[in-house]
Design a protein around this ligand. Structure first.
Ligand SMILES: [Zn+2]
Ligand SMILES: [Zn+2]
Length: 373
């Protein structure tokens, strides 16, 4: 029937879809429009950031479609606006800017998930939008539970898609500072390895926490990343010109945030720690890497200097709330350096461009909503 055909056309929501496990198959497709239900909200997606996770899913390395489906909608770093509020929702109004939470609790919830700590899920049966068992956010609209979004201030209309990557940093820095606080001293100096989105957001957060920050990468002095680091008041080390061991201040670092996922850097960052120093790891890379490491020296130093090394993944609701607050503080304190983290904005139809990363690129964003900034 004609009306049926028209309905099905308007019920199709444009989306970037992939077939999990298949290499290079990301394409502009569509998913069915979801009905609004009690306790849920409809979101118009404004923009979605692209990261290494998306690239690896496109490579077919991982990714899992929702149960019974063949395709997965990509994307997990979203900025969205509420367009419809389901029955019983009182915490959100139409027009509210929000960030949807990526990871959802396992079912039935484990001891961690039942406390809202799905980031510490004990079973591994959690789901993640755009990654594992739930459609992602690179689609024009979606319906989610009102408890699965966090409101953002309107001041983040331009950069709010950085909230989700900042949640990763919030949790990592929280863990590092908590471990450091077991000791007696105030943390003063921080090392960040990698001037990508996580590293740079980490640098901004550590500056806001009152630390002196050193960012190490392999782009030359004067390059856009180096300039950005210096413009916010952090020190930049080009490791390819001066190894960070030489450029590091005497006494070493109290906190080190490893944001490259390049495993050999882990040992270098560990040896750059000072007494009572904490290294927190946030990145992973696939493959296999063997190294000659003096584990006796590593063991001795870690024991005699009360050092700690800790991994950190993902984020709970309170990290989203903290990230929303801190990202707004970044905009106030660092001004143009915050939107400068977004080095590319492409429309949904040209999403593939966002996956081609130039060495000076930081965060590429797919502008999903027509007319979105
Ligand atoms: Zn990401
Ligand atoms: Zn769980």
């Amino acid at each position: 029937m004609t009306s049926g055909a028209m309905n099905s056309a308007s019920d199709a929501v444009p989306a970037i879809v992939i077939e999990p496990g298949k290499k290079g198959g990301a394409q502009l497709g569509a998913v069915a429009r979801e009905p609004i239900t009690a306790g849920s909200v409809r979101l118009a997606v404004q923009a979605v950031g692209v990261c290494g996770t998306d690239a690896e899913i496109c490579e077919g390395l991982y990714g899992q479609a929702p149960a019974g489906e063949r395709q997965l909608v990509l994307g997990h770093e979203a900025l969205a606006r509420v367009t419809e509020v389901g029955p019983g929702v009182e915490s959100l109004a139409v027009g509210q800017l929000v960030v949807p939470i990526v990871r959802r609790p396992c079912q039935p919830p484990c001891a961690a998930c039942s406390q809202g700590r799905w980031d510490e899920c004990l079973t591994g049966n959690y789901q993640e939008h755009g990654i594992k068992g739930l459609h992602g956010f690179m689609r024009q609209e979606l319906v989610v539970g009102a408890d699965a979004v966090v409101p953002l201030p309107e001041a983040l209309a331009e950069v709010g898609m950085l909230t989700e990557p900042l949640t990763i940093v919030e949790k990592a820095v929280e863990r590092a500072l908590a471990l450091h606080q077991l000791g007696s001293g105030e943390p003063r100096r921080a090392l960040v390895t990698g001037a990508g989105p996580v590293g740079l957001l980490g640098a901004l957060l550590l500056l806001c926490r009152g630390l002196e920050v050193y960012v190490v990468d392999r782009r030359p002095a004067g390059s856009p990343k180096a300039q950005l680091v210096e413009s916010v008041g952090a020190h930049y080390i080009d490791d390819s010109a001066t190894p960070m061991e030489q450029a590091a201040p005497t006494g070493g670092f109290d906190i080190a945030l490893e944001a490259t996922g390049y495993a050999p850097l882990l040992f270098r960052a560990l040896s750059a720690l000072g007494v009572n120093g904490v290294l927190v790891l946030t990145g992973v890379t696939g493959g296999h890497h063997e190294l000659d490491v003096d584990v006796n020296l590593m063991n001795t130093t870690m024991v005699l200097e009360n050092q700690a090394m800790v991994g950190s993944v993902n984020a709970a609701r309170r990290h989203y709330q903290q990230a929303a607050q801190d990202l707004a503080a970044f905009v106030t304190r660092f001004g143009p350096a915050v939107p400068a983290l977004i080095t590319e904005r492409v429309p949904l139809s040209q999403f593939a461009q966002a996956f081609d990363k130039a060495p000076d690129a930081i965060k590429s964003v797919v502008m999903v909503a027509e007319g979105a900034r």
